[in-house]
Design a protein around this ligand. Sequence first.
Ligand SMILES: [Zn+2]
Length: 242
Amino acid sequence: MLTWNLPNDPCQIPLGKMKTAKTIYDSMAGTIPSSLLDYTQMQTATMNRIEFAVYHYQVLNVAYGFATVTTYTQQDSVARAEMNAIILNLMGAFDCISHEINTILNLQINEREVMFGHNHKQGMSNCIICRISTTDPQLSTLMELVITSDWFKELKEYRNHIHKRLPVIQVSMVAGGSFRKVTLPDDPSNYNPQSPDFSKKLELQAYCRDRIDNVMVTIEELYQKLHPQITQYVTTRRTASP
Ligand SMILES: [Zn+2]
């Protein structure tokens, strides 16, 4: 049985690149009036999603350190488990911030129907992007840019497949080295990938690190855009019910 140390508290991971997000989070410290509780929990959830992704990335790094033949099977299982947790948490951050936008901008979309993907023609009432396209075109454009970016489309594709079947990873020894490479298939819907189907060389550790970076930067940008509206929302509720 292999014993290994887990990384730190997953809810206390510093997110250095997310200064505005942290400022917003800190602004809700102290006594929370009941009218602000809902929003506070949503914003914490968005932050937690990213913290959890980083936490699982740290676990993934620990697994990359398993370098004996007896621990290889465990390494593969841990890599697989962590990949799934990282991808689901990163995409989850967008679901969480969508709930924040719904609340802050008072869009009144039913909580169970809030949507971020916008994978449809214009005019869907439960889609955040459609709903703000006329009232807040700047924010809507920013979100359009996110969802049409290659990295987002790819990440979403992996997430969608995780809901059905897990992507088949390829594990190979690094020639002359003592560690193994874990690679994602180019096409997540390919359930019988052969060697040429890993040509994009989506090495798991690097892939997860880069996607965490993308999501941190993007969520921070969304918070920068939303900051004045959030401040107004929070201040109003604090003043109304101290
Ligand atoms: Zn839409």
